[in-house]
Design a protein around this ligand. Structure first.
Ligand SMILES: Nc1nc2c(ncn2[C@@H]2O[C@H](COP(=O)(O)OP(=O)(O)OP(=O)(O)O)[C@@H](O)[C@H]2O)c(=O)[nH]1
Ligand SMILES: [Mg+2]
Length: 319
């Protein structure tokens, strides 16, 4: 394996070299030494892409919808990067392979880049890796960056939060309504779509979803999330959906909520990384911790004073 030369790889990727782009994403995912250097080189070029998060229950049609949206965006001459995240999978298998096949008509297109990401066993890793990968695509000039993830738990919600616009998909069928509410998806959606509107019960699902969205607590001047009916397999309603996503982008730009959201995101990303670094620093002090624990057990040291000693050793100043 050739070692990655960050400045060379960054220049190449920004110049359209797909292999360099793929290697940059792998590097930032791995969080190795070069990851920080890559981040530093790329950050001046970030902030231009419209980051769209797509989530919903397994099989609801996320990949089909993404693919149909890509078709529309490409016809407008816009470039699209996709990160398909599967937090439940320890490796890139099953569903993601299906995604690849379904999106394969885009794989030869210069203006589209699709990347799969799986958990590979590291807890909390994806939540850090996804925004880093999004930044790589953003800095490499993609007009849109789509993050697709299965909406079943808190980690998916954390992942999809790195988006400027969150699209929640539903399909007609029992239990979906409850699932959406329970998973906390209702709160985080900026745009909702009822896919498989060719199926029985679609109108009812649409009505229910609308009333749920409308009963969300709202202040004057807030964005009112639209509910769009689509049939992704036929690309029906996809143009309206793309318009709704764009309208949310324009609204959040004009109202300042995009800046607020991005500030919030940067803040929690910094905090997450700092907390990770702190934990690493503490775990490197196993001997000190063992020693302090014994002191506490022997009644010679108060746990609060012990914690103070750890903080001092790590270099955190406390009162
Ligand atoms: N009838 C109908 N079927 C659809 C529609 N959109 C997608 N499907 C089908 O639903 C199935 C799942 O679609 P996907 O796009 O793979 O769904 P997904 O949400 O990405 O699935 P996972 O990534 O596995 O969670 C496929 O068999 C699609 O052909 C639609 O509008 N109508
Ligand atoms: Mg999928």
């Amino acid at each position: 394996v050739r070692t990655l030369d960050p400045p060379v790889a960054v220049a190449a990727a920004r110049d359209g070299d797909r292999r360099a782009l793929a290697r940059l994403i792998s590097a930032v995912e791995g969080r190795g030494d070069s990851a920080r250097q890559i981040g530093r080189l790329l950050v001046p070029f970030t902030g231009h892409a419209h980051v769209v998060g797509i989530t919903g229950a397994p099989g609801v049609g996320k990949s089909t919808t993404t693919s149909a949206l890509i078709d529309g965006w490409r016809k407008q001459g816009r470039t699209v990067g996709v990160i398909a995240v599967d937090p439940s999978s320890p490796f890139t298998g099953g569903a993601l392979l299906g995604d690849r096949v379904r999106m394969s008509d885009h794989s030869t297109d210069e203006g589209t880049f699709i990347r799969s990401m799986a958990a590979r066993g590291q807890l909390g890793g994806l939540a850090a890796a996804t925004p880093a990968a999004v930044r790589v695509l953003d800095a490499c000039g993609f007009d849109l960056v789509v993050v697709e993830t299965v909406g079943v738990g808190q980690s998916e919600i954390d992942i999809v939060r790195c988006a400027d616009t969150v699209l929640i998909l539903q399909a007609p069928g029992m239990g979906d309504r409850v699932q959406t509410a329970k998973a906390g998806l209702l709160e985080i959606g900026d745009v909702f779509a009822v896919n498989k509107s060719d199926r029985p019960g679609a109108a009812a699902t649409n009505r229910e979803l609308k009333s749920m969205v409308d009963s969300r607590p709202m202040a004057a001047g807030d964005w009112r999330p639209p509910v769009v009916a689509i049939v992704a397999v036929e690309a029906t309603g996809i143009a309206e959906l793309a318009e709704a996503l764009e309208a949310h982008r324009e609204f959040s730009l004009a109202s300042g909520s995009l800046t607020a959201r991005r500030l919030d995101r940067a803040r929690s990303e910094i905090l997450g990384l700092a907390a990770g670094g702190f934990q690493e620093a503490v775990s490197e002090r196993a001997q000190l911790l063992a020693h302090l624990s014994e002191q506490v057990l022997a009644g010679r040291l108060d746990p609060d004073d012990a914690a103070h000693q750890v903080l001092t050793d790590v270099g955190v100043r406390t009162r």
